[in-house]
Design a protein around this ligand. Structure first.
Ligand code: CKU
Length: 599
């Protein structure tokens, strides 16, 4: 579990410098970097941008598909004034694992390619001088790591990723790197939890610090007016006539936390927070006590050139396009996204289902992508996997817990819940994660087509259900679409008569579509057919009141492994990979803008 997850800020007590740009880069297929002293500097290196995946910058297939160790390096200067402070290097994400060296010294290792970690370099840096940071990365997949997969070795000796998931294994320093200097006596975390009482909001807060001291908390509104203050490492702020954070009508306050020691201000941290409540009541998902119907997308962090590297330009475009369609939510399929994504969702009023990369926990998925066919939860990899799974859920919640946009936590995508051996795993997971979120938001996971109300052994665990269903594509496709509608309705009739009174959200449904392919009457892969499939789902959703959301798969076309079922990636996007609309984008704009928000 990472101790310090606070997003970097610059203020009177804290400094931050981004180390983004061109870094030295070198593959290490033979694994010689360690004993050839690469931690002290990379010989004959090339250059790769950070943040970005390294894959798409190459013109040869061996490099694009490279699986194994890879090294990054760059120089950075630490001011003399930093002496006596905590000096850290914060990596927002290195996919999938990393060892960090500074001036040739191993500082730390980290496992997990989608969450931040801080390397404490206080004792390793030269002050008022130049320093060298070297990152030893690795992108190999295994059944005891997240996301799950295999790494195979070809006859020519080259390693190849064999993902049990349908997104490209983009790798590298995918998000920003920050040089932080912080007070030794500092704020390390905070929590907020809002309840609404009549015409006031009660904001319970806690503040964690490295030393006991005097903590003061100030809440100011968007105009900068102080609306509440508190003293002490925990307490409750009362906000009269609060301006609530609403779906697609966001309002953010600024929370300022100050730590004083011996009468001196030693640290300060400020963040934007939204006052809102989230609950599930029967079949309803409630925000501020009002039912909300989720309209939106399963997404990926994916774009040409940067691959899975975070690109603020792409995210700004995606937020604009989601707003244009009338969407109000998305799921971070199939891994936690960059923190800036949640900050933008906070400001835009989108609801987010936040998902860890527990994807591929089903050998059928592997066989879907050409893998094996045996029980995933019966494997001898489960014990080490569980440790990493719980660790990454813990860190995801620690990182994202204060975002008003975060509605729920998705703990897995499409695990094999038809196997009795999954039950102890889920029982332990839901017990171990029950108290991680101070706001106790709902926890869930997505159910594949195999995992139905009659076959799944784990339906007692989720607080609401996420269904991934593909009639019209993987079965009942083409002219048989009407059979697909009948089969979907038959399944939902079972849910209706089951007595289960939890909401259902459709988290995946759709059809691969080649933009610009038109056919009248329709044919699979045409834009017309994609709209027909989505219209079918809309008819069904509108027939069952316990369906409380539709998140179509996918927001945009995205890169996957090569295969007979992929045409240079997955084409189920409502938008193309360069973010241009298919006919389905106009369909959803017309449907979602006409749907009332609260119903
Ligand atoms: C069959 C697995 C469910 N779902 C997972 C998602 O990652 C894939 O992209 C999607 C698809 O096949 O388009 C299917």
């Amino acid at each position: 579990m990472e101790k310090e997850m606070l997003y970097p800020v610059i203020n009177a007590c804290r400094t931050e410098q981004k180390l983004d740009g061109m870094w030295q880069f070198k593959f290490d297929a033979l694994g010689v970097g360690g004993h050839e002293h690469w931690p002290a500097g990379l010989p004959q290196a090339q250059e790769i941008p950070v943040p970005a995946s390294f894959n798409d910058f190459f013109t040869d297939k061996d490099s694009r598909e490279y699986t194994g160790d890879f090294w990054y390096a760059r120089h950075f200067f630490v001011p003399a004034a930093a002496q006596g402070r905590f000096v850290g290097l914060r990596f927002d994400a290195v996919t999938h694992r990393a060892a960090i060296y500074v001036n040739g010294q191993l500082i730390r290792r980290h496992e997990g390619g989608f969450l931040p970690f801080v390397a404490d370099v206080t004792a390793a840096v030269h002050y008022g001088a130049d320093n060298l940071v070297v990152v030893q990365g690795n992108n190999e997949l295994s059944r005891e790591a997240l996301p799950a997969g295999d790494t195979v070795t070809l006859k020519n000796g080259k390693k190849m990723a064999r993902p049990f998931f349908d997104f490209y294994n983009y790798s590298g320093i995918n998000r920003s790197v920050h040089l932080l200097t912080l007070p030794q006596q500092r704020i390390t975390d905070y929590t907020v939890n809002t309840t609404l009482t009549g015409d006031a909001a009660q904001v319970a807060y806690t503040v964690a610090t490295t030393v006991p001291g005097t903590v003061t908390v100030t809440l100011t509104d968007a105009a900068g007016t102080v609306v509440a203050q508190g003293e002490g490492a925990e307490g409750t702020l009362t906000v009269a006539q609060p301006h609530l954070w609403q779906v697609r009508a966001a309002y953010l306050y600024t929370l300022t936390i100050q730590l004083q020691a011996a009468g001196q201000l030693v640290d300060e941290y400020q963040d934007s927070i939204g006052l809102r409540t989230i609950a599930i009541r029967g079949h309803q998902i409630l925000v501020n006590g009002q039912p909300v119907y989720l309209k939106g997308f399963g997404r990926h962090e994916d774009s040409p050139f940067a691959g899975r590297g975070f690109d603020q330009n792409v995210e700004a475009k995606d937020v604009a396009l989601m707003a244009w369609t009338g969407a109000n939510s998305f799921r971070t399929a199939h891994y936690p996204y960059a923190e800036e994504v949640y900050q933008m969702a906070d400001r835009a009023g989108f609801l987010v289902i936040d998902e860890v990369p527990a994807v591929g926990f089903k050998m059928a998925a592997a066989s879907f992508l050409g893998g094996l066919d045996q029980s995933f939860f019966g494997g001898d990899w489960i014990k080490p996997l569980y440790t990493k799974h719980l660790d990454q859920i813990t860190d995801m919640i620690r990182r994202d817990k204060n975002h008003p946009a975060v509605l729920a936590w998705s703990l897995l995508n499409e695990p094999d819940t038809c196997d009795d051996r999954s039950v102890p795993y889920f029982k332990q997971l839901f017990a171990d994660t029950a108290a991680l979120d101070p706001q106790r938001r709902p926890r869930t996971f997505t159910l594949s087509e195999d995992d139905t109300i009659t076959t799944s052994k784990d339906l007692q665990f989720p607080d609401f259900y996420l269904l991934n269903r593909y009639p019209g594509w993987y079965h009942y496709a083409g002219y048989a679409l009407s059979d697909g509608e009948a089969a979907l309705r038959a399944e939902l009739d079972q849910w209706a008569s089951s007595g289960i009174d939890k909401p259902i959200v459709f988290s995946e449904f759709g059809a691969d579509t080649e933009a610009g392919l038109h056919k009248l009457p329709s044919v699979m892969w045409s834009e017309e057919y994609q709209v027909e499939v989505l219209q079918m789902f809309s008819r069904v959703f509108d027939s069952y009141p316990f369906i409380r959301g539709e998140q179509v798969w996918n927001f945009a076309d995205f890169q996957t492994v090569e295969g007979t079922m992929r045409v240079n990636g997955n084409k189920k996007g409502i938008f193309t990979r360069d973010r241009q609309p298919k006919a389905a984008a106009f369909y959803y704009r017309q449907r979602w803008l006409a749907l009332p928000l609260n119903f």
